[in-house]
Design a protein around this ligand. Sequence first.
Ligand code: ADP
Ligand code: MG
Ligand code: ZN
Length: 418
Amino acid sequence: MQWSKSFITTLKEMPQEAEILSHQLMLRAGLIRMLLAGIYSYLPLGYRVLSRIEAIIRQEMDASGANEVLLPALQPLDLWKKSGRDELMGEVMIRFTDRRGRDLCLGPTHEEIVTDLVKNYVTSYKQLPRLLYQIQSKFRDEIRPRFGLIRACEFIMKDAYSFDRNEEGLERNYQLMFEAYKRIFSRCGVRVLTTKADSGVMGGDVSHEFMVPASSGEDTVWVCQECDYAKVFTEEKKEKCPNCSTALKKINAIEIGHIFKLGTKYSAALDAQFSDSDGRLKALLMGCYGIGVSRLIPTIIEQNHDTEGIIWPKEVSPFETTVLALDITDPKIIQIAGEIYAELTAHNIDTLFDERDERAGVKFKDADLVGIPVRVVVGRKNILYNKIEVINRRTKETHVVERKEVLAAVVGMLKTVE
Ligand SMILES: Nc1ncnc2c1ncn2[C@@H]1O[C@H](COP(=O)(O)OP(=O)(O)O)[C@@H](O)[C@H]1O
Ligand SMILES: [Mg+2]
Ligand SMILES: [Zn+2]
């Protein structure tokens, strides 16, 4: 993609509205734009990152045997009354009446809808287990939307739901999701802690939260510095680690995923039953598994940046490589840079070509800000000796190579970057 023909909206100034670093960087790098508090547009660079994250999630969910669906965002309040969550959700749920007089809400989550769907098809133990997921916009009228995509009123979630015949089946699906989540977050370049947590509104027994340590995190997690023990406490506690009796340390973290064993809470309330091999009617055993897909973007940035800007982990970067033509009034520079761009693109390397009529300093600053992992610099001095620079965004490691070696140098560097 050519920069001059793209809707890339980097900012020189620090935006006033952003309180935390990831939000500042998202605005400055032109990833998102606020429409109203808690409501955002994804601009081309931000949307590319979002799509890459979604692709990773789809691969890992599909590999776990989950089936993708897309459920409606518009939901009848009736189902929420049946489950008892109409009142519980309170003002967080956005409700309205349509012209037919139907009481509706904008889905803040989908346990009721998916249970109602599955109960119409699953009648026998032979049709179990089932594992469904979707990637979709959720709507929550948050009391305090803030920190950009971290706490928004319209945000994108991956939510999965499992349906099983017995505890062993539920445990199997729960473990499948647990392992898939670890792979997803690792591929997204974030280090997560897993904590056993209170189930809150969801109301099941067992649940785990996936927490990303970050100074801006709204959650408090107690971690052991000796082993990998971590726990969420609702009140102040000065406990020692049950594994190694070291005192726990309090840190801030962002909740990025949450998995629950729901049991029969929704299936019992919504009459989702199946007949078991003994002929008896039983309520389906359910689990639900959420990931804050849009929240992952700022979370990745919180853990992957330096003073100059974002450092995208390779798999979620909007592009793999960027080519900088440092002076487009020099015909030799623009010709060679253009050839390199064409060559990389022809080899399926997703490349952003900065061929704008801008000073070198502006291009360097923007490249650091936008954070593409590998940078190819075509500048006047090196060109005299037929040399090109290939630079690692994270480490700043620089290779000065011959023109004909650029492709190999880029491929080599892409292999080594995280
Ligand atoms: N307002 C929000 N904005 C962005 N992401 C959110 C928001 N609320 C929840 N999420 C993400 O969706 C995931 C699943 O949602 P859930 O556990 O139901 O949320 P919560 O714990 O806030 O009630 C959370 O782990 C979080 O990553
Ligand atoms: Mg949660
Ligand atoms: Zn410990």
